[in-house]
Design a protein around this ligand. Structure first.
Ligand SMILES: *[C@@H]1O[C@H](CO)[C@@H](O)[C@H](O)[C@H]1NC(C)=O
Ligand SMILES: *[C@@H]1O[C@H](CO)[C@@H](O)[C@H](O)[C@H]1NC(C)=O
Ligand SMILES: *[C@@H]1O[C@H](CO)[C@@H](O)[C@H](O)[C@H]1NC(C)=O
Ligand SMILES: *[C@@H]1O[C@H](CO)[C@@H](O)[C@H](O)[C@H]1NC(C)=O
Ligand SMILES: *[C@@H]1O[C@H](CO)[C@@H](O)[C@H](O)[C@H]1NC(C)=O
Ligand SMILES: *[C@@H]1O[C@H](CO)[C@@H](O)[C@H](O)[C@H]1NC(C)=O
Ligand SMILES: *[C@@H]1O[C@H](CO)[C@@H](O)[C@H](O)[C@H]1NC(C)=O
Ligand SMILES: *[C@@H]1O[C@H](CO)[C@@H](O)[C@H](O)[C@H]1NC(C)=O
Ligand SMILES: *[C@@H]1O[C@H](CO)[C@@H](O)[C@H](O)[C@H]1NC(C)=O
Ligand SMILES: *[C@@H]1O[C@H](CO)[C@@H](O)[C@H](O)[C@H]1NC(C)=O
Ligand SMILES: *[C@@H]1O[C@H](CO)[C@@H](O)[C@H](O)[C@H]1NC(C)=O
Ligand SMILES: CC(=O)N[C@H]1CO[C@H](CO)[C@@H](O)[C@@H]1O
Length: 844
């Protein structure tokens, strides 16, 4: 009894001790004259993050680290491999300007090691949530930040990366144990193969877990990501020169989510539960033993719901039956019947030569060593069939064709979600054994016949009642035939590709998207009542609605009259369902019932940007800072579209009325009906015979030659920037004495140094003069005549953030030679290209 009281007392004292340690002095910046010594701390402005000294549980060593809220959630450690053995440590700026940790003997045990410091007048503080930076005090240039050297935790904004060329890596490294932060045996890093990308956890050098290939939005081998399409929080950036960054972005701005690699080699998604004041695990990479890399060996599949969990793929048998029975699966399985193509090679020509085939497996985490190529599913299959060393293939949007030539290793079957995997088998293995096949065929035939008879009867009943419906069905069939013909003629390979995307989508994606019933939407919008109409989009009106649970939605109802609507509809569904960014409008689901096709979006209470920028009375509502943050937001949204790894998207219809504003006036790009997906990194430009978009926002090469690329979106962005700064539509120049377009006007004023006259008088603010000028400059750079002269969106963002100090002078914008917008339309040069048909689909 006495012993327990003692123990309790000990713990109380221990708690008190920790408490006292916490109550050091907290400062918010370290400068050459201001340092912290144990137990003082450095705090972020909001107080959520702290840099200070801590002692892990069951340890006596002191470490310098950053924690979130409490010392039990350390997210970064500086001196992880050189602990302090007492509480005499100091964190300060050293003579050379670096941030250093000193021990009691004033010896440097850790340094930020920034190589190019030119001044010793540096300081250190928190910038972004959780990011400790070292910067030049006078100029504010960042010299080093803690996100460059991750410990075992990914915070929003951090990245892991790998460089194929230099072999450099940014990776997570686990702690040795919960009481020892020094580098443990597990690490988490990005692995690049031919056109595919995965994340691996390694035990020393052996793979321990893998994420499955990245499809541009999610990791295909992580089931919860595949089932919760919107909230994955990752994005990748490929510089095309061998370096790939995988960023963890903000998952949910209301809660704090981090990924942590623990000392057992598990990666865990954790979130801060403010109710109980501790971190809770939402997902772990080790959900079952199937998540251990290659647990079943080659050509075997792991299913955690089965017992035993491992089984050989069909057509394969254990290499060592006796070991396999003892549940030692390391040796895996081997092919039973040799492939036809292998026998062909051995010249043992047999009389009855039967081509190999593929066994389809569903809901699969595909094997390791996938190699990607951008071809259609049909090409993917035939390519694989042609090459005897290809043992399996799979096709997925956002990756394209994947094929395997080695042992198939680390295959897992999920109860839901996952990819389809096609495994090459000899003909004899594919043909169903036994006689029950013929019975099945007979039964299917009989049932099929009955269904057909019933259907025909029902259709006959309906069509005789409604002649109009018969006409509809004929029309829709004809439309399908037309589409098929177009498909066979094949305009360009790109056109073919996007049609294929749509084909696949209809089976796979639509199931995963939330499908709303027509009835629900009718109720939500009060039967599409006129008073709920928000506006008229390209293919039909948009209505506001309220679901039964109170959620407000915007419903875009495709008008039945627009014959071309269907392709754009599907396009929009594919494109948007893959995207997830705070500056893109979120698609909640869709509805397809009969002739009705609808898209359901999150509702944006503040309507679109044009209402605020161009409205005569409203323009006072948006001051310059607001406008600037809108410009930045649009830029970030566009960058995400252009550079989202393997899924590169050209929006093609960017304009003020397509920028929606949420309640905090954050911009969200909407309307992806015209968007085009580019595959791979080889294709940069496409050629279309069908030019769609909006006059005034279209780049010259697109309007005149049908050529579009990222730079056509950059052009539209430039027009948008000039509109936001000037508060004028280009059409407002129509009656001006000079009869110039907006671009012409801005250019001439710029050249004459009369820049103030470009700026909307209502928003001009002398304290932001430089910043406004810079924006006009960037706008002009974006609308330059030659696409190659225009900056990329990544460069635009650097310029907006003033990371690029000196901007190049802009050259003359496009369309300047055409005196007015009217003459632009009547320009004979333009009209001579009569194959180009311009449809201002969204014009209001
Ligand atoms: C800091 O924490 C509080 C409470 O959890 C939260 O409301 C706030 O948004 C956090 N700030 C940041 C920058 O994460
Ligand atoms: C610390 O040691 C105690 C007793 O040995 C043990 O129960 C506890 O799990 C340890 N904590 C950590 C974080 O290692
Ligand atoms: C701490 O380590 C230093 C050398 O790094 C040593 O001189 C000193 O005696 C140690 N102190 C304790 C209390 O072990
Ligand atoms: C800084 O450089 C020194 C010497 O090159 C090296 O020993 C140390 O590990 C480096 N520290 C960090 C944090 O990279
Ligand atoms: C050196 O400093 C510049 C900015 O001053 C920075 O862009 C660059 O990345 C730094 N180089 C290294 C190796 O840190
Ligand atoms: C360091 O920079 C700060 C901020 O610009 C300035 O106030 C201070 O005088 C500078 N100190 C030295 C020693 O140059
Ligand atoms: C990691 O590898 C070591 C051998 O290097 C092994 O003893 C240990 O069990 C492995 N850990 C796990 C979790 O597999
Ligand atoms: C499984 O079999 C391999 C040899 O095929 C052997 O090296 C290994 O020790 C066995 N594992 C177990 C757990 O028996
Ligand atoms: C078959 O595929 C392998 C591996 O991708 C490749 O090295 C080989 O050249 C291919 N053979 C043919 C005939 O295409
Ligand atoms: C685009 O297509 C048109 C007509 O099909 C052709 O005349 C033109 O040369 C093509 N342009 C490029 C750059 O491929
Ligand atoms: C200007 O805007 C009007 C109306 O939106 C459009 O019809 C015209 O083509 C635009 N012209 C130019 C040169 O921007
Ligand atoms: C400028 C403006 O109209 N802002 C509104 C945006 O939407 C929120 C929520 O509906 C309103 O509170 C703002 O007044």
């Amino acid at each position: 009894m006495g012993f327990f009281i003692c123990l309790n007392l000990f713990f109380v004292l221990l708690m008190l001790f920790y408490y006292m340690l916490d109550v050091g002095i907290a400062i918010d910046i370290i400068t050459p004259s201001q340092f912290i010594k144990d137990p003082e701390t450095l705090s972020s402005k909001d107080g959520n993050f702290t840099l200070g000294f801590f002692t892990p549980q069951n340890s006596t060593n002191r470490y310098v680290g950053v924690w979130w809220k409490s010392q039990s959630t350390v997210i970064w450690v500086a001196n992880r491999n050189q602990p302090l053995n007492d509480s005499s440590g100091i964190v300060k700026i050293s003579e050379d300007g670096n941030l250093v940790v000193l021990n009691g003997q004033k010896r440097v045990i850790w340094s930020s090691n920034a190589s190019n410091i030119t001044t010793s007048n540096t300081s250190s503080q928190f910038s972004d949530p959780g990011k400790l930076v070292l910067m030049e005090s006078t100029r504010g240039t960042i010299l080093w930040d803690s996100f460059q050297q991750p410990s075992d935790t990914l915070l929003p904004g951090m990245k892991i990366s790998s460089n194929k060329r230099t072999g450099e890596k940014v990776e997570l490294t686990s702690w040795k144990s919960p009481s020892n932060p020094s580098a443990g045996s597990f690490s988490c890093s990005v692995v690049q193969r031919i056109n595919t990308l995965e994340v691996f956890i390694w035990n020393e050098t052996r793979p321990y877990w893998r994420s499955g290939p990245w499809n541009g939005g999610v990791f295909t081998g992580i089931r919860w990501m595949m089932t919760s399409a919107y909230l994955t929080g990752f994005r990748s950036e490929d510089d095309g020169e061998g370096n790939v960054d995988v960023y963890y972005t903000i998952q949910n701005e209301l809660q704090f989510f981090i990924y942590n690699l623990n000392s057992q080699g598990e990666s865990q998604l954790k979130w801060w539960n403010d109710g109980v004041k501790e971190m809770q695990v939402k997902w772990t990479s080790h959900e079952s033993d199937c998540d251990v890399y290659g647990i079943c060996g080659a050509y075997a599949i792991c299913n955690s719901l089965k017992s035993p969990i491992c089984s050989c793929l069909r057509g394969f048998e254990p290499r060592n039956q006796e070991e396999w029975n003892r549940q030692n699966w390391t040796n895996g399985c081997a092919r039973r019947a040799p492939l036809q193509c292998e026998r062909d090679n051995n010249q043992s020509t047999s009389a009855e030569r039967k081509e190999d085939g593929f066994l389809k497996l569903q809901m699969i985490k595909v094997p390791d060593f996938a190699e990607g190529s951008a071809v259609t599913p049909d090409r993917c299959r035939s390519q694989c069939l042609k090459n005897c060393s290809c043992v399996a293939y799979s096709h997925e949007d956002g990756i394209g064709c994947m094929s395997w030539t080695e042992n198939l290793i680390d295959i897992q079957q999920f109860p839901s979600a996952g990819l389809d995997l096609y495994v090459r088998l000899a003909y004899t293995e594919l043909a169903d054994k036994g006689s029950n096949k013929s019975i099945i065929i007979t039964i299917t035939t009989i049932i099929g016949t009955i269904i057909i008879v019933v259907c025909v009867y029902l259709i006959w009943r309906r069509t005789t009642n409604h002649p109009a419906k018969l006409w509809q069905s004929i029309k829709s069939t004809r439309r399908k035939i037309n589409k098929a013909m177009l498909f066979n003629n094949g305009e360009t390979s790109h056109e073919l590709m996007s049609d294929n995307v749509i084909g696949e989508l209809s089976q796979v994606e639509l199931q995963e998207l939330l499908l709303f019933s027509l009835e629900k939407l009718v109720t939500a919008t009060n039967n599409f009542h006129l008073s709920n109409k928000l506006g008229q989009g390209g293919f039909g009106p948009v209505y506001k609605g309220k679901l039964q649970d109170g959620q407000e939605i915007a419903v875009k109802r495709l008008s039945r009259a627009s014959g071309q609507g269907i392709q754009e509809f599907m396009n929009e569904v594919v494109v948007i369902s893959k995207l997830q960014h705070r500056n893109l409008v979120r698609l909640l689901g869709c509805c397809i019932e009969g002739d009705e096709k609808m898209l359901i979006y999150e509702y944006m209470p503040n309507k679109s940007l044009d209402a605020f920028v161009f409205g005569p009375s409203k323009n006072q509502l948006l001051d310059w800072m607001k406008r600037f943050s809108i410009i930045e937001g649009i830029a970030r949204g566009l960058l995400y579209l252009h550079r989202d790894s393997r899924l590169r998207i050209i929006h093609r219809n960017l304009k003020a009325s397509n920028i929606l504003l949420d309640e905090d006036m954050n911009p969200k790009i909407s309307d992806f009906g015209m968007a085009r997906i580019f595959r791979g990194t080889t294709e940069d430009q496409a050629n279309t015979s069908r030019v769609v978009g909006t006059y005034g926002y279209m780049s010259p090469e697109y309007a005149m030659q049908g050529l579009f690329s990222e730079k056509s979106d950059v052009f539209s962005f430039g027009v948008l920037v000039l509109e936001i700064v000037s508060g004028r539509r280009n059409s407002s120049f129509y009656d001006d004495e000079h009869a110039l377009s907006l671009l012409g006007f801005a250019w001439i004023q710029w050249k004459e140094g009369n820049i103030l006259s470009i700026i909307d008088t209502g928003i001009y603010d002398p304290s932001h003069h430089k910043n406004i000028l810079r924006s006009i400059h960037i706008g002009l750079l974006c609308v330059q005549e030659h696409a190659t002269d225009r900056p990329t969106m990544a460069a635009v963002i650097s310029m907006l953030n003033s990371e690029v100090a000196v901007l190049p002078p802009p050259s003359q914008p496009a369309f300047i030679n055409m005196l007015s917008s009217r003459s632009f339309e009547e320009s004979p040069r333009f009209c001579s290209i009569n194959t180009v048909s311009i449809t201002d689909i969204y014009g209001r």
